[in-house]
Design a protein around this ligand. Structure first.
Ligand SMILES: Nc1ncnc2c1ncn2[C@@H]1O[C@H](COP(=O)(O)OP(=O)(O)OP(=O)(O)O)[C@@H](O)[C@H]1O
Ligand SMILES: Cc1ncc(COP(=O)(O)O)c(N)n1
Length: 499
Protein backbone atom coordinates (compact mmCIF):
# COMPACT_ATOMS: atom_id res chain seq x y z
CA UNK A 1 0.00 0.00 0.00
CA UNK A 2 1.20 3.51 -0.72
CA UNK A 3 1.48 6.18 1.94
CA UNK A 4 -2.24 7.06 1.67
CA UNK A 5 -3.78 8.16 4.98
CA UNK A 6 -6.54 5.52 4.75
CA UNK A 7 -6.94 2.09 3.20
CA UNK A 8 -8.83 2.49 -0.10
CA UNK A 9 -11.22 -0.41 -0.24
CA UNK A 10 -13.76 -1.33 -2.91
CA UNK A 11 -17.00 -3.27 -2.53
CA UNK A 12 -18.30 -5.11 -5.61
CA UNK A 13 -21.77 -6.23 -4.53
CA UNK A 14 -25.54 -5.87 -4.78
CA UNK A 15 -27.71 -3.27 -3.08
CA UNK A 16 -30.03 -3.26 -0.09
CA UNK A 17 -32.18 -0.13 0.03
CA UNK A 18 -32.78 -0.67 3.77
CA UNK A 19 -29.02 -0.38 4.32
CA UNK A 20 -28.42 -3.68 6.14
CA UNK A 21 -26.64 -5.77 3.54
CA UNK A 22 -24.75 -5.48 0.25
CA UNK A 23 -22.76 -2.37 -0.71
CA UNK A 24 -24.65 -0.27 1.85
CA UNK A 25 -23.47 -2.48 4.72
CA UNK A 26 -19.99 -2.75 3.21
CA UNK A 27 -19.51 1.03 3.09
CA UNK A 28 -20.55 1.33 6.75
CA UNK A 29 -18.18 -1.50 7.66
CA UNK A 30 -15.34 0.21 5.82
CA UNK A 31 -16.03 3.50 7.63
CA UNK A 32 -16.29 1.67 10.98
CA UNK A 33 -12.72 0.47 10.41
CA UNK A 34 -11.31 3.79 9.30
CA UNK A 35 -11.07 2.90 5.59
CA UNK A 36 -12.01 4.97 2.54
CA UNK A 37 -14.89 3.07 0.92
CA UNK A 38 -15.86 2.73 -2.74
CA UNK A 39 -18.60 0.64 -4.35
CA UNK A 40 -19.39 -0.94 -7.71
CA UNK A 41 -22.94 -2.26 -7.97
CA UNK A 42 -23.45 -5.71 -9.50
CA UNK A 43 -27.22 -5.96 -8.98
CA UNK A 44 -30.05 -3.74 -7.81
CA UNK A 45 -32.04 -5.62 -5.20
CA UNK A 46 -35.48 -4.52 -3.99
CA UNK A 47 -35.31 -6.01 -0.50
CA UNK A 48 -35.98 -5.18 3.12
CA UNK A 49 -35.64 -6.92 6.48
CA UNK A 50 -38.31 -9.45 5.43
CA UNK A 51 -36.83 -10.57 2.15
CA UNK A 52 -36.11 -9.95 -1.52
CA UNK A 53 -38.89 -8.60 -3.78
CA UNK A 54 -37.05 -8.19 -7.07
CA UNK A 55 -33.56 -8.26 -8.53
CA UNK A 56 -32.38 -6.23 -11.51
CA UNK A 57 -28.97 -7.05 -12.98
CA UNK A 58 -27.78 -4.32 -15.35
CA UNK A 59 -25.96 -5.33 -18.52
CA UNK A 60 -22.41 -6.42 -17.75
CA UNK A 61 -20.94 -3.78 -20.07
CA UNK A 62 -22.11 -1.28 -17.48
CA UNK A 63 -20.50 -3.33 -14.70
CA UNK A 64 -17.23 -3.26 -16.67
CA UNK A 65 -17.56 0.52 -17.08
CA UNK A 66 -17.97 0.93 -13.30
CA UNK A 67 -15.04 -1.35 -12.46
CA UNK A 68 -12.75 0.35 -14.97
CA UNK A 69 -13.85 3.82 -13.85
CA UNK A 70 -12.53 2.95 -10.40
CA UNK A 71 -9.34 1.12 -11.29
CA UNK A 72 -8.33 3.49 -14.13
CA UNK A 73 -8.19 6.26 -11.57
CA UNK A 74 -7.85 4.97 -8.01
CA UNK A 75 -5.34 2.66 -6.37
CA UNK A 76 -7.43 -0.08 -4.77
CA UNK A 77 -5.72 -1.46 -1.65
CA UNK A 78 -8.34 -4.14 -1.07
CA UNK A 79 -11.52 -5.40 -2.72
CA UNK A 80 -14.44 -7.24 -1.19
CA UNK A 81 -16.67 -9.14 -3.62
CA UNK A 82 -20.22 -9.98 -2.53
CA UNK A 83 -23.42 -10.74 -4.46
CA UNK A 84 -22.74 -11.52 -8.12
CA UNK A 85 -26.19 -12.68 -9.21
CA UNK A 86 -25.44 -14.19 -12.60
CA UNK A 87 -22.75 -16.13 -14.40
CA UNK A 88 -22.06 -13.16 -16.71
CA UNK A 89 -21.43 -10.91 -13.72
CA UNK A 90 -19.12 -13.43 -12.04
CA UNK A 91 -17.17 -13.86 -15.31
CA UNK A 92 -16.89 -10.08 -15.75
CA UNK A 93 -15.52 -9.64 -12.23
CA UNK A 94 -13.05 -12.51 -12.82
CA UNK A 95 -11.91 -10.80 -16.01
CA UNK A 96 -11.41 -7.48 -14.16
CA UNK A 97 -9.38 -9.30 -11.48
CA UNK A 98 -7.03 -10.69 -14.14
CA UNK A 99 -6.51 -7.16 -15.51
CA UNK A 100 -6.36 -5.39 -12.15
CA UNK A 101 -5.32 -7.46 -9.18
CA UNK A 102 -5.63 -5.46 -5.94
CA UNK A 103 -3.23 -6.73 -3.23
CA UNK A 104 -6.12 -8.01 -1.08
CA UNK A 105 -9.13 -9.85 -2.56
CA UNK A 106 -11.88 -11.07 -0.21
CA UNK A 107 -14.69 -13.12 -1.76
CA UNK A 108 -17.98 -13.56 0.12
CA UNK A 109 -19.66 -16.23 -2.05
CA UNK A 110 -23.21 -14.92 -1.52
CA UNK A 111 -25.74 -17.46 -2.77
CA UNK A 112 -28.87 -17.38 -0.62
CA UNK A 113 -30.08 -14.53 1.65
CA UNK A 114 -30.93 -15.18 5.31
CA UNK A 115 -34.56 -14.84 4.22
CA UNK A 116 -34.09 -17.90 1.97
CA UNK A 117 -34.20 -15.92 -1.29
CA UNK A 118 -31.69 -16.90 -3.98
CA UNK A 119 -29.12 -14.22 -4.75
CA UNK A 120 -27.19 -16.29 -7.31
CA UNK A 121 -28.52 -18.11 -10.38
CA UNK A 122 -28.07 -21.87 -10.15
CA UNK A 123 -25.98 -21.90 -13.33
CA UNK A 124 -23.61 -19.28 -11.88
CA UNK A 125 -22.34 -21.52 -9.10
CA UNK A 126 -19.44 -22.89 -11.10
CA UNK A 127 -18.48 -19.32 -12.16
CA UNK A 128 -18.23 -18.41 -8.45
CA UNK A 129 -16.15 -21.55 -7.90
CA UNK A 130 -13.80 -20.28 -10.61
CA UNK A 131 -13.62 -16.91 -8.89
CA UNK A 132 -12.33 -18.56 -5.69
CA UNK A 133 -9.00 -19.09 -7.49
CA UNK A 134 -8.68 -15.26 -7.80
CA UNK A 135 -9.28 -14.63 -4.10
CA UNK A 136 -6.93 -14.43 -1.12
CA UNK A 137 -9.71 -15.07 1.38
CA UNK A 138 -13.08 -16.69 0.79
CA UNK A 139 -15.79 -16.42 3.47
CA UNK A 140 -18.47 -19.11 3.00
CA UNK A 141 -21.20 -19.98 5.46
CA UNK A 142 -21.92 -23.69 5.84
CA UNK A 143 -24.29 -24.12 2.83
CA UNK A 144 -22.04 -22.00 0.57
CA UNK A 145 -19.01 -24.09 1.52
CA UNK A 146 -20.88 -27.24 0.47
CA UNK A 147 -21.79 -25.70 -2.90
CA UNK A 148 -18.21 -24.53 -3.55
CA UNK A 149 -17.01 -28.10 -3.03
CA UNK A 150 -19.95 -29.78 -4.75
CA UNK A 151 -20.74 -31.58 -1.49
CA UNK A 152 -23.75 -31.65 0.87
CA UNK A 153 -23.92 -28.97 3.58
CA UNK A 154 -21.94 -30.00 6.67
CA UNK A 155 -24.17 -30.70 9.64
CA UNK A 156 -21.49 -30.52 12.33
CA UNK A 157 -18.73 -27.99 12.99
CA UNK A 158 -16.10 -30.74 12.70
CA UNK A 159 -17.34 -31.68 9.23
CA UNK A 160 -17.44 -28.03 8.20
CA UNK A 161 -13.82 -27.51 9.28
CA UNK A 162 -12.85 -30.62 7.32
CA UNK A 163 -14.56 -29.21 4.21
CA UNK A 164 -12.88 -25.82 4.71
CA UNK A 165 -9.45 -27.52 4.84
CA UNK A 166 -10.22 -29.27 1.57
CA UNK A 167 -11.24 -26.02 -0.13
CA UNK A 168 -8.15 -24.22 1.20
CA UNK A 169 -5.88 -27.00 -0.08
CA UNK A 170 -7.57 -27.49 -3.45
CA UNK A 171 -8.00 -23.77 -4.33
CA UNK A 172 -4.84 -22.46 -2.63
CA UNK A 173 -6.94 -19.92 -0.71
CA UNK A 174 -7.48 -19.00 2.93
CA UNK A 175 -11.00 -19.82 4.11
CA UNK A 176 -12.95 -17.92 6.75
CA UNK A 177 -15.53 -20.52 7.69
CA UNK A 178 -18.58 -18.94 9.36
CA UNK A 179 -20.61 -20.81 11.93
CA UNK A 180 -23.57 -18.45 12.11
CA UNK A 181 -25.89 -21.16 10.75
CA UNK A 182 -25.08 -23.65 13.53
CA UNK A 183 -27.36 -24.31 16.48
CA UNK A 184 -26.16 -23.79 20.04
CA UNK A 185 -24.84 -21.11 22.36
CA UNK A 186 -21.74 -20.30 20.34
CA UNK A 187 -21.20 -18.78 16.92
CA UNK A 188 -17.68 -19.98 16.12
CA UNK A 189 -15.74 -19.09 12.97
CA UNK A 190 -12.45 -20.56 11.79
CA UNK A 191 -9.60 -19.25 9.67
CA UNK A 192 -8.39 -22.23 7.67
CA UNK A 193 -5.45 -22.46 5.29
CA UNK A 194 -3.64 -25.46 3.79
CA UNK A 195 -1.79 -26.19 7.04
CA UNK A 196 -3.53 -24.47 9.93
CA UNK A 197 -6.97 -24.16 11.48
CA UNK A 198 -7.50 -21.24 13.88
CA UNK A 199 -10.86 -21.35 15.61
CA UNK A 200 -12.34 -18.07 16.80
CA UNK A 201 -14.99 -18.45 19.45
CA UNK A 202 -17.76 -15.97 20.05
CA UNK A 203 -20.99 -16.17 22.02
CA UNK A 204 -24.18 -16.42 19.98
CA UNK A 205 -26.25 -13.29 20.52
CA UNK A 206 -29.96 -13.99 21.02
CA UNK A 207 -31.32 -11.52 18.48
CA UNK A 208 -33.11 -11.20 15.16
CA UNK A 209 -30.60 -8.56 13.99
CA UNK A 210 -28.45 -10.76 11.77
CA UNK A 211 -29.30 -9.35 8.35
CA UNK A 212 -26.07 -8.60 6.50
CA UNK A 213 -23.71 -10.14 9.06
CA UNK A 214 -21.75 -11.99 6.37
CA UNK A 215 -21.46 -8.85 4.19
CA UNK A 216 -20.38 -6.72 7.14
CA UNK A 217 -17.80 -9.24 8.36
CA UNK A 218 -16.11 -9.78 4.98
CA UNK A 219 -16.04 -6.01 4.35
CA UNK A 220 -14.47 -5.39 7.78
CA UNK A 221 -11.78 -8.01 7.12
CA UNK A 222 -11.00 -6.46 3.71
CA UNK A 223 -10.68 -3.01 5.28
CA UNK A 224 -8.44 -4.29 8.08
CA UNK A 225 -6.15 -6.72 6.25
CA UNK A 226 -3.86 -4.15 4.50
CA UNK A 227 -2.84 -2.83 7.92
CA UNK A 228 -2.80 -6.09 9.87
CA UNK A 229 0.02 -8.66 9.72
CA UNK A 230 -2.09 -11.71 8.84
CA UNK A 231 -5.62 -12.99 8.24
CA UNK A 232 -6.11 -14.32 11.75
CA UNK A 233 -5.37 -10.92 13.31
CA UNK A 234 -7.70 -9.10 10.90
CA UNK A 235 -10.52 -11.65 11.29
CA UNK A 236 -10.24 -11.75 15.09
CA UNK A 237 -10.59 -7.98 15.25
CA UNK A 238 -13.46 -7.91 12.75
CA UNK A 239 -15.35 -10.67 14.54
CA UNK A 240 -15.07 -9.00 17.91
CA UNK A 241 -16.47 -5.82 16.36
CA UNK A 242 -19.25 -7.76 14.58
CA UNK A 243 -20.41 -9.46 17.79
CA UNK A 244 -20.87 -5.99 19.34
CA UNK A 245 -22.61 -4.74 16.18
CA UNK A 246 -25.05 -7.69 16.28
CA UNK A 247 -25.79 -7.07 19.98
CA UNK A 248 -26.52 -3.38 19.29
CA UNK A 249 -28.64 -4.07 16.19
CA UNK A 250 -32.11 -4.24 17.72
CA UNK A 251 -31.73 -0.78 19.28
CA UNK A 252 -31.61 0.69 15.76
CA UNK A 253 -35.30 -0.23 15.34
CA UNK A 254 -34.87 -0.69 11.58
CA UNK A 255 -37.60 -2.86 10.06
CA UNK A 256 -39.87 -5.50 11.56
CA UNK A 257 -38.14 -8.57 10.13
CA UNK A 258 -34.49 -9.62 10.48
CA UNK A 259 -32.94 -6.26 11.25
CA UNK A 260 -29.45 -4.96 10.45
CA UNK A 261 -26.44 -4.75 12.76
CA UNK A 262 -25.21 -1.43 14.16
CA UNK A 263 -21.93 -0.91 12.32
CA UNK A 264 -21.09 2.18 14.35
CA UNK A 265 -21.96 0.79 17.80
CA UNK A 266 -18.38 1.40 18.95
CA UNK A 267 -18.61 5.15 18.19
CA UNK A 268 -21.67 6.25 20.22
CA UNK A 269 -20.77 9.95 20.01
CA UNK A 270 -20.75 9.94 16.22
CA UNK A 271 -23.43 12.28 14.93
CA UNK A 272 -24.70 13.09 18.42
CA UNK A 273 -25.42 16.76 19.23
CA UNK A 274 -22.61 18.53 21.03
CA UNK A 275 -23.00 18.02 24.77
CA UNK A 276 -23.26 21.75 25.48
CA UNK A 277 -26.13 22.24 23.01
CA UNK A 278 -28.06 19.32 24.49
CA UNK A 279 -27.35 20.43 28.07
CA UNK A 280 -28.35 24.08 27.43
CA UNK A 281 -31.71 23.00 25.99
CA UNK A 282 -32.17 20.53 28.82
CA UNK A 283 -32.04 23.32 31.44
CA UNK A 284 -34.30 25.78 29.56
CA UNK A 285 -36.81 25.78 32.45
CA UNK A 286 -34.11 26.43 35.04
CA UNK A 287 -32.73 29.29 32.94
CA UNK A 288 -36.18 30.84 32.66
CA UNK A 289 -36.65 30.42 36.43
CA UNK A 290 -33.30 32.13 36.98
CA UNK A 291 -34.29 35.15 34.84
CA UNK A 292 -37.54 35.44 36.80
CA UNK A 293 -35.93 35.61 40.26
CA UNK A 294 -36.52 38.93 42.04
CA UNK A 295 -32.80 38.99 42.85
CA UNK A 296 -31.75 38.62 39.20
CA UNK A 297 -34.36 41.13 37.99
CA UNK A 298 -33.25 43.62 40.64
CA UNK A 299 -29.59 43.07 39.76
CA UNK A 300 -30.37 43.65 36.08
CA UNK A 301 -32.37 46.85 36.49
CA UNK A 302 -30.32 48.15 39.40
CA UNK A 303 -33.22 48.17 41.88
CA UNK A 304 -31.70 45.45 44.09
CA UNK A 305 -31.01 46.74 47.60
CA UNK A 306 -27.29 47.15 48.30
CA UNK A 307 -27.42 45.04 51.42
CA UNK A 308 -28.96 42.17 49.50
CA UNK A 309 -26.27 42.46 46.86
CA UNK A 310 -23.53 42.43 49.50
CA UNK A 311 -25.11 39.45 51.20
CA UNK A 312 -25.02 37.60 47.87
CA UNK A 313 -21.40 38.67 47.27
CA UNK A 314 -20.35 37.42 50.68
CA UNK A 315 -21.81 33.97 49.99
CA UNK A 316 -20.33 34.04 46.52
CA UNK A 317 -16.84 34.67 47.90
CA UNK A 318 -17.22 31.60 50.15
CA UNK A 319 -18.44 29.62 47.14
CA UNK A 320 -15.62 30.75 44.83
CA UNK A 321 -12.95 29.63 47.28
CA UNK A 322 -14.27 26.07 46.90
CA UNK A 323 -15.21 26.35 43.22
CA UNK A 324 -11.56 27.18 42.55
CA UNK A 325 -10.55 23.81 44.02
CA UNK A 326 -12.99 22.01 41.72
CA UNK A 327 -11.56 23.83 38.68
CA UNK A 328 -8.12 22.75 39.87
CA UNK A 329 -9.43 19.17 40.00
CA UNK A 330 -10.59 19.47 36.36
CA UNK A 331 -7.08 20.66 35.52
CA UNK A 332 -5.60 17.71 37.40
CA UNK A 333 -7.78 15.17 35.55
CA UNK A 334 -7.38 16.72 32.07
CA UNK A 335 -5.30 14.73 29.61
CA UNK A 336 -4.93 17.52 27.03
CA UNK A 337 -2.42 20.22 27.97
CA UNK A 338 -4.75 22.95 26.64
CA UNK A 339 -7.55 21.83 28.96
CA UNK A 340 -5.16 21.38 31.87
CA UNK A 341 -3.91 24.96 31.44
CA UNK A 342 -7.41 26.37 30.90
CA UNK A 343 -8.85 24.98 34.13
CA UNK A 344 -5.70 25.87 36.11
CA UNK A 345 -6.05 29.46 34.85
CA UNK A 346 -9.75 29.36 35.76
CA UNK A 347 -8.92 28.22 39.30
CA UNK A 348 -6.46 31.05 39.69
CA UNK A 349 -8.71 33.70 38.07
CA UNK A 350 -11.50 32.74 40.39
CA UNK A 351 -9.36 33.57 43.41
CA UNK A 352 -7.68 36.64 41.99
CA UNK A 353 -10.12 38.56 39.81
CA UNK A 354 -13.52 37.60 41.09
CA UNK A 355 -12.55 37.48 44.74
CA UNK A 356 -11.04 40.95 44.31
CA UNK A 357 -14.37 42.18 42.97
CA UNK A 358 -16.05 40.81 46.05
CA UNK A 359 -13.48 42.08 48.52
CA UNK A 360 -13.41 45.59 47.00
CA UNK A 361 -17.17 45.81 47.24
CA UNK A 362 -17.40 44.42 50.71
CA UNK A 363 -14.48 46.51 51.95
CA UNK A 364 -16.22 49.64 50.68
CA UNK A 365 -19.41 48.60 52.40
CA UNK A 366 -18.66 50.24 55.72
CA UNK A 367 -19.33 47.01 57.58
CA UNK A 368 -17.81 43.58 57.46
CA UNK A 369 -19.73 40.46 56.50
CA UNK A 370 -19.15 37.30 58.47
CA UNK A 371 -20.83 34.04 59.31
CA UNK A 372 -20.89 30.56 57.85
CA UNK A 373 -21.74 29.51 54.32
CA UNK A 374 -25.49 29.41 53.81
CA UNK A 375 -27.49 26.24 53.22
CA UNK A 376 -27.69 27.06 49.50
CA UNK A 377 -23.95 27.75 49.24
CA UNK A 378 -23.08 24.59 51.16
CA UNK A 379 -25.41 22.45 49.03
CA UNK A 380 -23.88 23.73 45.78
CA UNK A 381 -20.31 23.32 47.02
CA UNK A 382 -21.05 19.82 48.36
CA UNK A 383 -22.40 18.79 44.95
CA UNK A 384 -19.31 20.11 43.17
CA UNK A 385 -16.90 18.56 45.65
CA UNK A 386 -18.68 15.20 45.37
CA UNK A 387 -18.35 15.20 41.58
CA UNK A 388 -14.70 16.27 41.94
CA UNK A 389 -14.04 13.45 44.41
CA UNK A 390 -15.70 10.62 42.52
CA UNK A 391 -16.39 11.76 38.95
CA UNK A 392 -14.36 11.49 35.78
CA UNK A 393 -12.83 14.49 34.02
CA UNK A 394 -15.90 14.73 31.74
CA UNK A 395 -18.28 14.86 34.72
CA UNK A 396 -16.22 17.46 36.58
CA UNK A 397 -16.13 19.69 33.47
CA UNK A 398 -19.92 19.33 33.07
CA UNK A 399 -20.45 20.22 36.76
CA UNK A 400 -18.35 23.42 36.63
CA UNK A 401 -19.80 24.62 33.31
CA UNK A 402 -23.02 26.32 34.60
CA UNK A 403 -21.03 28.70 36.79
CA UNK A 404 -19.37 30.01 33.63
CA UNK A 405 -22.32 29.83 31.34
CA UNK A 406 -25.23 31.17 33.41
CA UNK A 407 -23.12 34.12 34.55
CA UNK A 408 -21.88 34.89 31.02
CA UNK A 409 -25.45 34.59 29.74
CA UNK A 410 -26.99 36.85 32.39
CA UNK A 411 -24.02 39.26 32.28
CA UNK A 412 -24.20 39.71 28.50
CA UNK A 413 -27.97 40.28 28.52
CA UNK A 414 -27.88 42.73 31.42
CA UNK A 415 -25.04 44.60 29.70
CA UNK A 416 -26.92 44.74 26.41
CA UNK A 417 -30.07 46.03 28.12
CA UNK A 418 -28.27 48.56 30.34
CA UNK A 419 -26.21 49.99 27.45
CA UNK A 420 -24.35 52.71 29.36
CA UNK A 421 -23.16 51.24 32.65
CA UNK A 422 -21.87 54.49 34.15
CA UNK A 423 -24.89 54.96 36.38
CA UNK A 424 -25.63 51.29 37.04
CA UNK A 425 -25.12 50.56 40.74
CA UNK A 426 -23.71 47.09 40.02
CA UNK A 427 -21.57 48.01 37.02
CA UNK A 428 -18.52 46.17 38.42
CA UNK A 429 -20.48 42.88 38.58
CA UNK A 430 -22.11 43.40 35.17
CA UNK A 431 -18.77 44.50 33.70
CA UNK A 432 -17.01 41.35 34.98
CA UNK A 433 -19.55 38.82 33.69
CA UNK A 434 -20.76 40.71 30.60
CA UNK A 435 -17.17 41.10 29.43
CA UNK A 436 -16.35 39.52 26.03
CA UNK A 437 -13.31 37.95 27.64
CA UNK A 438 -15.57 36.06 30.06
CA UNK A 439 -17.78 35.03 27.12
CA UNK A 440 -14.68 33.67 25.36
CA UNK A 441 -13.67 31.69 28.46
CA UNK A 442 -17.22 30.31 28.61
CA UNK A 443 -17.03 29.25 24.94
CA UNK A 444 -13.73 27.49 25.71
CA UNK A 445 -15.30 25.70 28.69
CA UNK A 446 -18.17 24.54 26.44
CA UNK A 447 -15.68 23.29 23.83
CA UNK A 448 -13.78 21.30 26.49
CA UNK A 449 -17.05 19.77 27.73
CA UNK A 450 -18.03 18.86 24.14
CA UNK A 451 -14.62 17.29 23.47
CA UNK A 452 -14.83 15.30 26.71
CA UNK A 453 -18.36 14.10 25.83
CA UNK A 454 -17.18 12.81 22.45
CA UNK A 455 -14.76 10.42 24.13
CA UNK A 456 -17.18 8.82 26.61
CA UNK A 457 -19.91 6.19 26.48
CA UNK A 458 -23.63 6.78 26.95
CA UNK A 459 -23.47 6.16 30.73
CA UNK A 460 -20.87 8.84 31.40
CA UNK A 461 -22.61 11.26 29.04
CA UNK A 462 -25.82 10.79 31.06
CA UNK A 463 -23.87 11.47 34.28
CA UNK A 464 -22.41 14.60 32.67
CA UNK A 465 -25.92 15.84 31.91
CA UNK A 466 -27.05 15.07 35.47
CA UNK A 467 -24.05 16.93 36.96
CA UNK A 468 -24.67 19.94 34.68
CA UNK A 469 -28.39 20.06 35.50
CA UNK A 470 -27.80 19.74 39.25
CA UNK A 471 -25.29 22.61 39.11
CA UNK A 472 -27.85 24.74 37.25
CA UNK A 473 -30.48 24.02 39.91
CA UNK A 474 -27.97 25.06 42.60
CA UNK A 475 -27.25 28.28 40.67
CA UNK A 476 -30.94 29.17 40.78
CA UNK A 477 -31.14 28.40 44.51
CA UNK A 478 -27.95 30.37 45.07
CA UNK A 479 -29.37 33.54 43.49
CA UNK A 480 -32.67 32.98 45.27
CA UNK A 481 -31.14 32.56 48.73
CA UNK A 482 -30.99 36.29 49.41
CA UNK A 483 -34.74 36.58 49.19
CA UNK A 484 -35.26 33.21 50.89
CA UNK A 485 -32.83 34.33 53.57
CA UNK A 486 -31.77 30.83 54.64
CA UNK A 487 -28.51 30.72 56.64
CA UNK A 488 -27.29 34.07 55.33
CA UNK A 489 -24.22 35.86 56.56
CA UNK A 490 -24.75 38.95 58.61
CA UNK A 491 -23.25 42.42 58.39
CA UNK A 492 -21.02 43.27 61.30
CA UNK A 493 -20.05 46.86 62.07
CA UNK A 494 -16.53 47.65 60.88
CA UNK A 495 -14.15 47.21 63.75
CA UNK A 496 -16.32 44.64 65.49
CA UNK A 497 -14.67 41.30 66.14
CA UNK A 498 -15.50 38.81 63.41
CA UNK A 499 -16.97 35.44 64.28
N1 LIG B 1 -26.63 -14.63 16.49
C1 LIG B 1 -25.34 -14.42 16.28
N2 LIG B 1 -24.54 -14.06 17.32
C2 LIG B 1 -23.24 -13.83 17.15
N3 LIG B 1 -22.61 -13.95 15.97
C3 LIG B 1 -23.34 -14.30 14.89
C4 LIG B 1 -24.73 -14.56 14.99
N4 LIG B 1 -25.20 -14.87 13.74
C5 LIG B 1 -24.15 -14.79 12.91
N5 LIG B 1 -23.01 -14.48 13.60
C6 LIG B 1 -21.69 -14.26 13.06
O1 LIG B 1 -21.86 -13.42 11.92
C7 LIG B 1 -20.95 -13.79 10.89
C8 LIG B 1 -21.72 -14.18 9.64
O2 LIG B 1 -22.17 -15.48 9.85
P1 LIG B 1 -23.18 -16.32 8.98
O3 LIG B 1 -22.81 -17.74 9.15
O4 LIG B 1 -24.57 -15.92 9.36
O5 LIG B 1 -22.83 -15.85 7.54
P2 LIG B 1 -23.75 -15.54 6.33
O6 LIG B 1 -24.88 -16.51 6.30
O7 LIG B 1 -22.91 -15.43 5.14
O8 LIG B 1 -24.26 -14.12 6.72
P3 LIG B 1 -25.51 -13.40 6.07
O9 LIG B 1 -26.58 -13.51 7.10
O10 LIG B 1 -25.10 -11.99 5.88
O11 LIG B 1 -25.81 -14.11 4.78
C9 LIG B 1 -20.11 -14.90 11.50
O12 LIG B 1 -18.97 -14.35 12.14
C10 LIG B 1 -21.03 -15.51 12.52
O13 LIG B 1 -20.32 -16.20 13.53
C1 LIG C 1 -27.17 -7.36 -1.89
C2 LIG C 1 -27.13 -8.43 -0.86
N1 LIG C 1 -25.98 -9.08 -0.62
C3 LIG C 1 -25.94 -10.05 0.31
C4 LIG C 1 -27.03 -10.36 1.06
C5 LIG C 1 -26.96 -11.46 2.08
O1 LIG C 1 -27.23 -11.01 3.36
P1 LIG C 1 -28.28 -11.76 4.28
O2 LIG C 1 -28.05 -13.22 4.13
O3 LIG C 1 -27.99 -11.30 5.67
O4 LIG C 1 -29.65 -11.34 3.81
C6 LIG C 1 -28.23 -9.66 0.78
N2 LIG C 1 -29.36 -9.90 1.44
N3 LIG C 1 -28.25 -8.70 -0.17
Amino acid sequence: MSAASRVRVLSVAGTDPTGGAGVHADLKSFAAHGAYGMAVVTALVAQNTHGVRAVHVPDVTFLRAQLDAVSDDVTVDAVKIGMLGTRAVADEVASWLTRTRPPVVVLDPVMVATSGDRLLDADAEHAVRALVAHADLVTPNLPELGVLLGEPTATTWTDAVRQARRLARDAGVTVLLKGGHLDGDASPDAVVDATTVTELDAPRVATTSTHGTGCSLSAAVAALRPRRPDWVTAVREAKEWLTGAIAAGEALAVGSGRGPVDHLHHAPGLGARPFSAEAWDHVADLRAACDDLPFVRGLADGTLRVEEFEQYLYQDALYLAQYSRVLARASQLATEPAAQAFFARGASRCLEVETRLHEDRLARAGHRWSGPASTATTAYVDHLLAVAATGSYAEVVAAVLPCYWLYADIGARVLARAGDLSTHPYRDWVGTYGDPEFAAATADACAFADAAARDVGAGTRARMLAAFTTSCAHEVAFFDQVRAGAGRGAPVAVGAASA
